[in-house]
Design a protein around this ligand. Structure first.
Ligand code: GDP
Ligand code: IMO
Ligand code: MG
Length: 435
C-alpha cells in the first residue's frame, strides 16, 4: 500500500484521533509529521469487560494504542521531552506498551526558554494575542527557521549542544531581560535538563525517513497523521491566527521525508459543525443558545487547555477549500449525532462580503474577517442515530444532510461518526481506497 495522509479540514478537534484508531491494525506505521503537544486527541478504548478508557494524547501519535502499529514522530514535529516521557509513563501505567516508538533525529526540541517566550509574547501582545496553547510551539519553529534550533540529535553531544544553546540564548536573554523584564536563562541549566533525557531517548532515535521508505518498499501501509488542521496551517490558514507548522497534506511529505509520489490517498476529517479554539475570524460562529447547545451536546472543551471551544454551523466554503488544498480523496464526517434533535440544520454554502457573493475562500484576510455566511437550511431529525452502522439506517433527513454536504465539498464522504464510542461509525467506502 502507498502512504495515506490524514488531515483536519477545519480548525482542529475534528476527531482525527478516532479516525486513525478506526484504521487501526490495517496500518503498519502512524507518523505524526507536524506540531507538538499543542494537539489533543481523545481516543476512547473499550475493554472486553464493557468498561471504557479515555486516552488524551498530545504529543504521541494515536497509533501508539494499536499494538501492531509502529508510531513515529517525524522530523517536522517539535518535541517537548518532558511531555514525551510523561505521556509514555502514563501509557505504561495503563498497561499500553509504547515499546516501538521511533523519533526522528532531525525533529526539533522545545526548550524551556521557548515555552517561556511563547507565554510572555502572548501577554505582551495583549488584545492582539493569538490565543496559543502556550506550549512553546511558535518560538521553537521560529528557531528552526532562524537556524538556531536544537535538534534531537544534538542531545547526544554535550559540547555541540552547549554551543547551540549559547548561540540561541545570546539574543533571547537580551529580549527576556530587557523587553520582558524576565530573568536571563542559564546555558548550563538548559543543557543539563536536555542531556538528562538523552539516555532514555537514545534507543528511540532513528533515521525515520529511511525507515518509512523501506516500509513502503516492502508494501506496508504508512499513515501520516496531521496535528491541527487546514485553517490553522501557517501558509493556508487564517494567518496570523494559525499554528506555526504546515498542517495540510503537503506538510506530510516535508515533515516525514516521504516523497509526494508515494502518497495516494488523503483523508480529511470534517466535523458536522464547526469549532475553533483561540482567537481569529470564524464566519459561522454562534453567540447564541444554538452555540451553547453545540458546545454542551458536543462536549466542546479543549483537550489540551480545557478552554471552551467556539462553536458554529458547518461551513462548506471551508470544506471545499480543504478538498482543494489537501487533494482530499475521502472525508470522514464526525459528530453527526450532535446535530440530532434540531428542528433545522443550517449549512453555510457561500459568504457575503460587503454585498459580493464568495463561493470560494477569500484570499484577502479582511474579506474573511467580514464574511457573512449565506445559509441553506436542511430539515432536522429526532431519532437517536448512535446505533446506526449502515448509511440507509440513518433517518432520511440525516442522509439528505450528508448527501448535500458531499455535493458542496466536492469529495466523497466515506465514513460518518454517529457517537463517541469507538465503533459508533458508519462506513460507506473503504478509507484506504479498496472500493
Ligand atoms: P482531534 O484533535 O481531531 O483528534 O479531536 P479531539 O479528540 O480533540 O476532539 C474530538 C472529540 O470528539 C473526542 O472527544 C472524540 O471522542 C469525540 N468524537 C469523535 N467522533 C465523534 C462522533 O462521531 N460523535 C461524538 N459524539 N463524538 C465524537
Ligand atoms: P488538534 O490536533 C485546535 C490553536 C490554538 C491557537 C493557535 C496557535 O487537537 O486538532 P499554538 O500553540 O499552536 O501556537 O496555537 O492554534 N491550536 C489548536 N486548536 N486543535 C488543535 O490541535 C490545536 N493546536 C493549536 O488554540 O489558536
Ligand atoms: Mg484536539
Amino acid at each position: 500500500m502507498p502512504a495515506v495522509v490524514l488531515v483536519g479540514a477545519q480548525w482542529g478537534d475534528e476527531g482525527k484521533g478516532k479516525a486513525t484508531d478506526l484504521l487501526g491494525s490495517r496500518v503498519d506505521y502512524v507518523v505524526k509529521f507536524n506540531g507538538g503537544n499543542n494537539a489533543g486527541h481523545t481516543v476512547v478504548i473499550e475493554h472486553a469487560d464493557g468498561s471504557s478508557d479515555k486516552y488524551a494524547l498530545h504529543l504521541l501519535p494515536s497509533g501508539i494504542l494499536t499494538p501492531t502499529c509502529t508510531p513515529v514522530i517525524g522530523n517536522g514535529v517539535v518535541v517537548d521531552l518532558e511531555v514525551l516521557f510523561h505521556e509514555l509513563d502514563g501509557l505504561l501505567a495503563r498497561g499500553v506498551d509504547p515499546g516501538k516508538l521511533l523519533i526522528s533525529a532531525n525533529a526539533h526540541v522545545i526548550t524551556p526558554y521557548n515555552r517561556t517566550l511563547d507565554k510572555v509574547t502572548e501577554r505582551f501582545l495583549g488584545a492582539r494575542k493569538i490565543g496559543t496553547t502556550g506550549r512553546g510551539i511558535g518560538p521553537t519553529y521560529a528557531d528552526k527557521m532562524s537556524r538556531t534550533g536544537i535538534r534531537i540529535q544534538d542531545l547526544f553531544d554535550r559540547h555541540i549542544l552547549e554551543q547551540k544553546v549559547e548561540a540561541a540564548l545570546a539574543v533571547k536573554n537580551q529580549v527576556l531581560a530587557k523587553l520582558y523584564n524576565r530573568r536571563a536563562v542559564e546555558v548550563g541549566a538548559v543543557v543539563d535538563e536536555l542531556v538528562s533525557y538523552a539516555a532514555r531517548l537514545a534507543p528511540m532515535v532513528a533515521d525515520t525517513s529511511l525507515v518509512l521508505q523501506q516500509a513502503l518498499d516492502r508494501g506496508e501501509t504508512v499513515l501520516l497523521e496531521a496535528g491541527q488542521a487546514t485553517l490553522l496551517d501557517v501558509d493556508f490558514g487564517t494567518y496570523p491566527f494559525v499554528t506555526s507548522s504546515n498542517a495540510t497534506a503537503g506538510g506530510a511529505c516535508t515533515g516525514s521525508g516521504i516523497p509526494p509520489t508515494r502518497v495516494e490517498r488523503v483523508i480529511a476529517i470534517l466535523k458536522a459543525y464547526t469549532t475553533r479554539v483561540g482567537e481569529g475570524p470564524f464566519p459561522t460562529e454562534l453567540h447564541d443558545a444554538d452555540g451553547d447547545y453545540l458546545r454542551k451536546v458536543g462536549a466542546e472543551y479543549g483537550t489540551t487547555t480545557g478552554r471552551p471551544r467556539r462553536c458554529g454551523w458547518l461551513d462548506t466554503v471551508i470544506g471545499r477549500y480543504a478538498t482543494r488544498i489537501n487533494g482530499v480523496t475521502d472525508f470522514v464526517v464526525t459528530k453527526l449525532d450532535v446535530l440530532t434533535g434540531l428542528e433545522q440544520v443550517p449549512i453555510c454554502v457561500a459568504y457575503d462580503v460587503e454585498g459580493v457573493r464568495h463561493d470560494e475562500m477569500p484570499v484577502n484576510q479582511s474579506d474573511f474577517h467580514h464574511a457573512r455566511p449565506i445559509y441553506e437550511t436542511m430539515p432536522g431529525w429526532w431519532e437517536d442515530i448512535s446505533g446506526c452502522r449502515q448509511f440507509d439506517e440513518l433517518p432520511a433527513n440525516a442522509q439528505a444532510y450528508i448527501l448535500r454536504v458531499e455535493q458542496l465539498i466536492g469529495a466523497r464522504v466515506s465514513a460518518i461518526g454517529v457517537g463517541a464510542a469507538r465503533d459508533a461509525i458508519i462506513q460507506r467506502h473503504d478509507l484506504l481506497g479498496q472500493d
